[in-house]
Design a protein around this ligand. Sequence first.
Ligand code: NAD
Length: 351
Amino acid sequence: MFSHPEFDDHETVVFSRDEASGLTAIIAVHNTALGPGFGGCRMWPYGDEEAALRDVLRLSAGMTYKAAICELPYGGGKSVIIGDAGSQKTPALLGAMGRLVEGLGGLYIIADDVGTTLDDLAVMRTETAHTAATTAAAGEPLAVTAHGVARAMEAAAAFAFGRSDLVGLRVAVQGLGNVGLPLCRYLRDRGADLTVCDIDPERLALARRELSPKIVPAEDIYDRDVDVFAPCAFGAVLNDETIPRLRAKVVCGGANNQLLRGEHDAALAARGILYVPDYLANAGGVIDFHMEHINDNPEAVLDAVGRIGEITADTLARAHAQGETPLQQTDRLVHQRLDAARAAQLSSPPD
Ligand code: NAD
């Protein structure tokens, strides 16, 4: 475990099996210097345990970065349930997951993710107090992640192209799911010129009916002559094979862990492509959770998520001034904040 390539100094990793309900789960809490680990619970039929472990470790570390870059009082956490959400999810299994979360005593706050829903969190709440979406308004769907990505993209377009609007901006969106489709709606409303792809014909049909975008085969999305490439399907899409193909000058999207490896940040910079760090662009969910405790009416939440645009603008300007990539800039800020919070914890006397 400690030499796992994705271990990255995780504070706590819990492996659990509950025979009675069939639950097999991992909870990873990456860093709690700024507050309890917050992050979603993914239910997925992973091919093997290694794939599940890798996923949970990478995603929980990402949550630390999202909260820290947005100056929120949370750490990074994530959980995975190994199984098929369609056929293996039962109230007993969700209850067992709730007990597991409760056993961590607030170290981890669980939210919904791929394969789990807000209704599933309600079932877990019969066993634990440590879940997201505890208010009525928080239970309503709101496209917070897409909104944050859109605001980050506006800031990047202003920086890279000197433009104050998105009219005619050519954007290629990869994936038309919970993030990609609402992002397209937002961009279309602001006059952007959309090129999209998906492997699901139903999502394509929906987009075609509503938005009339240019639709291209999934494999061709990297080669399009566009201004912005927005990865919104899955991770590791920026790699040795795809980066040389990109014609966009900006990459800004909602997918987690877009770079296959750290060195691909430099590869993008070498091609003069501005990469907005994924964990900044897609941090809308953490801000949404934070607003549950402050003011969770939809307008206030979207307004708060808009801060992603301001942070992006700041990051791009500072990175440029200091000769860094935006990712180097945000990573450095995150580490400074975590180190300062840890030092403050260590120097404060015990209660
Ligand atoms: P989703 O499952 O709703 O949508 C993903 C879409 O991508 C689907 O329509 C799928 O058919 C499509 N797709 C799959 N393979 C493809 C391919 N090869 N080419 C083109 N399209 C393909 O997922 P989502 O919730 O929209 O999340 C998308 C990404 O954003 C993921 O990386 C996720 O981790 C990340 N993310 C999501 C949220 C959120 O709030 N949902 C928050 C932060 C980050």
